[in-house]
Design a protein around this ligand. Structure first.
Ligand code: PEP
Ligand code: MN
Length: 338
């Protein structure tokens, strides 16, 4: 971090700025020119409050010269993180992770049926929401704990580990015992209470990108979990809100490349929520793998027309089977495997 003092600042103002920086443990380097004085922080400047510095008398401007995320930063962890999601199953290595299943758990027959079909087609994990973040309070809110029970039955039936969304800090204990991968949805990406608590949980966390989150904000959310001591974070690009209304969101594939450059964490892509349209899911999945994503999370429903949530973007098990074959071909082209 670099602090530029105002021309004509006083000695007292300079000392105050230096003192403020030193409070967070950095070494302060002072460069005095004829017009102005510049202070540079040597060491970990993450603890310096930029806004507070900027408000100090005599301070002209505060600039960051390194990223505010440290634990998520590839600079300090050059190798890709390989995150274990179940015994012997990882994401972030050569092998891609494909998670598939319905938006929501609706019944035992539905979830075990879809679980079996996606497993047969090559999915390694099952998705399904039991607690649903819906825009309308009158829309189906998910089956809650009964839905988690059904996911466990589907896991017993198929052996697939389960990925499901947590919305409330109240449920963390239960999720930590009964779920394999805890999903933080787009709407909760900046629920810092939730993130802090998940930093203390011994389960992998699938952290979806917020509806309008910048890459830096997304990585800072990951930083919350990592800073708490939980190193098993998987990022998920699920499209961001733009001016375009043809698609539900705009899939930001360049974010996959950016995040993989800036961070060592694995990144998966959710083409279902990104596009909101079933017919786009296959091509976007292939593009995501070609772009270097470490995996996919895809909504698959046995009967999309009757789905209680997100039917329009759900593909059928047959379509998922075709998609998996093509994903395998693209994976081979980019040195990956499914
Ligand atoms: C979901 O996965 O069903 C979901 C609600 O996703 P998102 O948080 O990305 O909207
Ligand atoms: Mn959904």
């Amino acid at each position: 971090m670099v602090i530029i003092m105002k021309p004509g600042h006083t000695r007292k103002e300079l000392d105050r700025a230096i003192q403020e920086m030193e409070k967070s443990g950095v070494n302060v380097m002072i460069s005095r020119g004829s017009e102005t004085t510049i202070l540079g922080a040597e060491g970990n400047a993450a603890g310096i409050d930029m806004e507070k510095m900027e408000a100090l008398p005599g301070v002209e401007r505060v600039m960051r010269v390194s990223e505010p995320y440290k634990k998520a930063n590839r600079k300090y962890h050059p190798d890709d993180s390989v995150v274990e999601i179940a015994p012997g199953m990882t994401v972030g290595g050569k092998k891609l992770l494909v998670v598939a299943g319905p938006c929501s758990v609706e019944s035992e027959a539905q979830i075990t049926g879809v679980a079996q079909s996606v497993k047969d087609a090559g999915a390694q994990a099952l998705r399904g929401g039991a607690f649903k973040p819906r825009t309308s309070p009158y829309a189906f809110q998910g089956m809650g704990y009964a839905g988690l029970d059904l996911l466990e039955k589907a896991r017993v039936h198929t052996g697939l580990p389960v990925v499901t969304e947590l919305m409330s800090t109240d449920d963390i204990g239960y999720f930590a015992e009964h779920v394999d991968v805890i999903q933080v949805g787009a709407r909760n990406m900046q629920n810092f209470d939730l993130l802090k608590r998940l930093g203390k949980v011994d389960k992998p966390i699938l952290l979806k990108r917020g509806l309008s989150a910048t890459i830096e904000e997304w990585l800072m959310s990951a930083e919350y979990i990592l800073a708490g001591g939980n190193e098993r974070v998987i990022l998920c690009e699920r499209g961001v809100r733009t001016f375009e209304s043809f698609t539900r969101n705009t899939l930001d594939l360049s974010a996959v490349l950016a995040v993989k450059k800036q961070s060592h964490l694995p990144v998966v892509v959710d083409p279902s929520h990104a596009s909101g349209q079933a017919w786009m899911v296959e091509r976007l999945s292939l593009a995501a793998i070609a772009a270097g994503a470490d995996g996919l999370i895809i909504e698959v429903h046995n009967d999309p027309v009757r789905a209680l949530c997100d039917g329009q973007q759900s593909i059928t098990p047959d379509q998922f089977g075709t998609l998996m074959v093509k994903v395998g071909q693209i994976a081979a082209c980019v040195g990956r495997e499914v």
